[in-house]
Structures are given as structure tokens and as C-alpha cells.
Design a binder for this molecule. Structure first.
Ligand code: PNS
Length: 166
């Protein structure tokens, strides 16, 4: 069986920082499953279906990368999908406490599931979905920080009038 890593997240929306981690993860693991969390308690700009559709479009030419949504515990989803490891990006010291807590809890829930942390490429160290949404909402340029489909969809969310104008 080919080894499979699971890369979970909110991806609201996916950024070039996520894509950097996914592409580098795919050099280590033959298969990568991008797991888009569906958390009814968390307000997202993009629906679960929109987030999944954007990511599937981005990776449509790579049969080794699969995209699915999940709810409930990550360790359960990982087990159902026969994942060997969880990949998470670790950008800065500020990420550390949350990631450490999550990795240790997941390890307690399923001791055989490893979490691997990857450092983002330097260009993306400051990048987050929240910052992207804020800049896009205020009309700033984000074209080199997200894939074209995400830039377009953010435009539709924040400037729907432009879309419908003749
Ligand atoms: O992109 P995010 O929001 O940092 O991703 C967080 C995510 C989806 C990885 C995390 O919230 C998660 O794993 N949620 C599923 C619920 C779960 O398993 N919780 C226990 C781990 S503490």
C-alpha cells in the first residue's frame, strides 16, 4: 500500500502557503489527502462545497492528491481513509502552542498516527487565510498569494457588483 498523508485544515480559502506545503508533502508521500473540515460552529466565508471545489480545481491534474471534507474527529477520518500521518504547516512561534496541543491530543486518541510539521517557504511565512480575507475585503492585491481561482472567488464575494456589471 502506498503511504498516505492527510493534510487537514479549514482552507477558508486555500492560499499559496497551503499549496507550498501540499506540493512539498507530495514529494515525501505518494498520496496526499486534503481534508477540509466542516465545523458548523465555525463561521466561514466560503461554504464547505466552495472550499472543496476550489481545491479540487487547483489539483485536478494531480491524481496523487485527493480532496475530501470531513466532520468529527480528525483521527477517525484519518483511520477511515487509511492515512499514515498528518501534515501541518508551522509558520511561527505563535502557531506552536495550538499545533502542539492538537498533535498531542491526536497522538493520545490514536498513538499510531504521526504528525509531521513542515516549515513554510520563507515567502509564505506571514501568510494566513484570515489576512488574505482582510486584504481582499479592503481591495488590496493578493494575486501572488493565492491561486487565480481563489482570487476570482474572493472578488465575487467582496465585489459582487463588479461581476454583474456590463
Ligand atoms: O486550518 P485550521 O483551522 O488550523 O485547521 C484545524 C483542524 C481542522 C486541523 C482542526 O480543527 C481539526 O483537526 N479539527 C477536527 C476536530 C478534531 O479532531 N479535534 C481534535 C484535535 S485537538
Amino acid at each position: 500500500m502506498e503511504r498516505k498523508a492527510i493534510y487537514p485544515g479549514s482552507f477558508d480559502p486555500i492560499t499559496n502557503g497551503h499549496i507550498d506545503i501540499i506540493e512539498r508533502g507530495a514529494k515525501i508521500f505518494p498520496r496526499v489527502l486534503i481534508a477540509v473540515v466542516e465545523n458548523p460552529k465555525k463561521q466561514t466565508l466560503f461554504s464547505r462545497a466552495e472550499r472543496v471545489e476550489m481545491i479540487r480545481t487547483i489539483f485536478k491534474d494531480n491524481p496523487r492528491i485527493e480532496v475530501r471534507s470531513f466532520h468529527g474527529l480528525l483521527v477517525d477520518f484519518a483511520r477511515e481513509n487509511a492515512a499514515d500521518a498528518v501534515i501541518r504547516g508551522l509558520r511561527a512561534v505563535s502557531d506552536f502552542e495550538y499545533e502542539f496541543q492538537m498533535a498531542l491530543m491526536n497522538k493520545k486518541l490514536n498513538p499510531s498516527l504521526e504528525t509531521l510539521f513542515m516549515m513554510p517557504s520563507a515567502a509564505f511565512i506571514f501568510l494566513s487565510s484570515s489576512v488574505i480575507k482582510e486584504v481582499a475585503a479592503l481591495g488590496g492585491r493578493i494575486g501572488d498569494l493565492v491561486p487565480p481561482i481563489v482570487e476570482a472567488r474572493l472578488g465575487e464575494k467582496f465585489r459582487p457588483a463588479e461581476r454583474s456589471s456590463p
